[in-house]
Design a protein around this ligand. Sequence first.
Ligand code: SF4
Length: 446
Amino acid sequence: MALSGIEIYKLLPKTNCKDCEFPTCLAFAMKLATKQVELSACPHVSEESQSLLAASSEPPIRLVSLKSDGYEVKAGNEVVLFRHEKTFYNMPGLFIRVTDEMTSEQIQKKLKPAEEYLVNYVGIDLAVDGYAIESTSNDPTKFKSAVESVRSVSKKPIVLICKDPKVIRAGLDVLEGESPLIYAADESNWEEMGEIAKNANAPLVVSSPNIDSIAEITEKLKDFGVLNLVLDPANRDLSTSLMQFTQIRRLAIKKDFRPLGYPVIAFPCHAPSPETESIQAAQAITKYAGFIVLETFSPEALYALLVLRQNIYTDPQKPIQVQPGIYEINDPKPEDPVLVTTNFSITYFSVANEVEGSGQPAWLLVSEAEGMSVLTAWAAGNFDAERIAKDVKRFEIADKVTNKQIVLPGHVSVLSGELEEELPDWDVRVGPREAVDLPAFLKQAL
Ligand code: SF4
């Protein structure tokens, strides 16, 4: 049961000691009531108050994680309806589906390229998160051998799909010590599936086209001792699934309705074409899936989904940053120039990619600018001659180069005079405004 800010305040020490980095206990209580801070930020809460507050400060959507040998996919723990209100925390896992009517060779042929797929986006490695195995045969032996075939290719987390408890048990036999996601409990089988999930310590999907019915089953399973649940509002068309996913999220976040306070799973794999599948998956990423099962593995479609996911799940208040430092591009020699940019990842990659593509060797000084792009950082006072000069010294760049030629981004040409004063024995040049013009500049102007 959620407590109001005043109710929370009454349980706090009321000393206004500021250790939580808020000026008063009341200010902290107000933030805690809207779940914008963690209770652990106040180290002085009594044990008794802690247990009362812990329940009310629990995230409205339970954290559920799938585990396998060395891998974990987490979903839930979300506290807002819209990303800009705070941030989304756990990005939805993307799983590629196979069935137990495929031969072992067919499974391996489909999954090997997916398993090998790894792409770097602004310094972050993106890949498939796991695999879903569906029993279309309803045969425990075939299901077990399909799970074995998947395990011969990958150790990543697994979703086991079948509503027959016998078949699920056969699949679980192969996955001892793991926490796969079991699909699914419904009105007819929830007790038996709940027993299996409890014994295997694995999360369980509750499936029904009716949200009221999902809420009833989750309550029964909770009383039965199964706490890690995932919801499947089993309507697959775009508009109904959008409406139901949004209803679930709203009820969980805005009304603190605990029976629906779990991550949701989406099945774009049932779409009639790969194009529709991508559209459904994109919708599920933005609103509000925790796990997504895909039929098609194609690098071009997957890349778009992974990048979309990355963008939705970054903290809007924290730009993606690159580590400040001196980077070598195209194996530079001491006589090559030093280019300067900021540590906003997109700025860094724009510059680094253009220079790399030009084939011209250069040193790239990535200056600490609180993750802002060149102009924004300059306007905010986070990218000036003094900082650049400090970074030149901090990263001992003078020891690496002989020509001491340093190139400022064209957008901050205004800094050139000050930088000459800061670095009197350097030749300060002004480069182009846009990264795309760097190759020509490197060829002609230096
Ligand atoms: S740390 Fe705790 S006691 Fe201190 S001001 Fe914050 S809420 Fe109050």
